[in-house]
Design a protein around this ligand. Structure first.
Ligand code: ADP
Ligand code: NI
Length: 215
């Protein structure tokens, strides 16, 4: 029965995510799901909850719904009810979807369920490394942001409201968010993967600025 639910969740996610730009589409979800399963191998976690939460975590992103941060959990919970998933599992999945975004860093690690920690790590890993770089420029292009502008300094330490309305450059986003992610990992396996991807970001930036300066 669990396998059937996973399959229909995949179909649902593919269909729902078809309308999003390429950094946020089904393949982002597919990668988060794959990495989450990999991290879960190293942890004592409920794999069904991890998989469902990974597959549904971006189902209705607030960024594309006028900042409505509740809509994702409402859509996910409705869908899972229709699949006859138990109330207990739905609750665990919805808790993850509701709390996963970078903006809700507020929750202390000790209060996060292990399933949440895994999916959050997997989501963050997709924002760094080679894929993370591609996503940053895809998102920046979508928002009409510049690649880089030396006259726009990165805005560090923003409040939640400032972060949401902030118009910066894609390269600044590396300093505002991406380079911070490796220190925010929850799990050991997530941290190891993050370190490798973080080094790649640093190498990329080094070369970017060499080329920017005509070297
Ligand atoms: P999540 O997948 O956790 O929902 P976000 O919605 O914050 O992540 O961002 C989706 C992707 O777009 C990430 O790869 C992120 O780095 C990128 N992104 C978000 N905001 C910006 C920005 N201002 N400039 C460039 N890339 C961004
Ligand atoms: Ni995501």
């Amino acid at each position: 029965m669990n396998n059937d639910v996973i399959q229909s969740t995949i179909d649902f996610a593919k269909c729902e995510l078809a309308k999003y730009e390429s950094g946020h589409d089904w393949y982002h979800t597919y990668r988060v799901w794959s990495v989450a399963k990999k991290i879960a191998e190293q942890e004592k976690a409920d794999l069904f909850v991890v998989e469902l939460a990974a597959l549904l975590h971006d189902i209705a992103d607030a960024k594309f719904h006028d900042g409505n941060e509740e809509i994702g959990s409402i859509v996910a919970s409705k869908f899972l009810k229709l699949q006859n998933v138990s109330f207990e599992i739905i609750e665990k999945v919805v808790y993850i979807i509701r709390n996963i975004s970078f903006k809700s860093e507020g929750i202390e690690k000790s209060k996060k369920t292990i399933e949440f920690q895994i999916v959050q790590d997997a989501d963050r890993l997709d924002a760094i490394g080679a894929i993370g770089i591609a996503r940053a420029f895809a998102f920046g292009g979508f928002k009409n942001h510049k690649i880089f502008d030396p006259e726009i300094p990165p805005a560090l330490n923003m409040t939640k409201a400032e972060y949401k309305n902030h118009k910066s450059t894609s390269i600044n986003h590396f300093y505002e968010k991406l380079l911070k992610l490796k220190n925010l990992m929850n799990t050991e396996a997530g941290r190891a993967l993050a370190l490798k991807r973080h080094k790649f970001l640093e190498k990329y930036l080094e070369q970017f600025f060499e080329e920017w300066n005509g070297l």
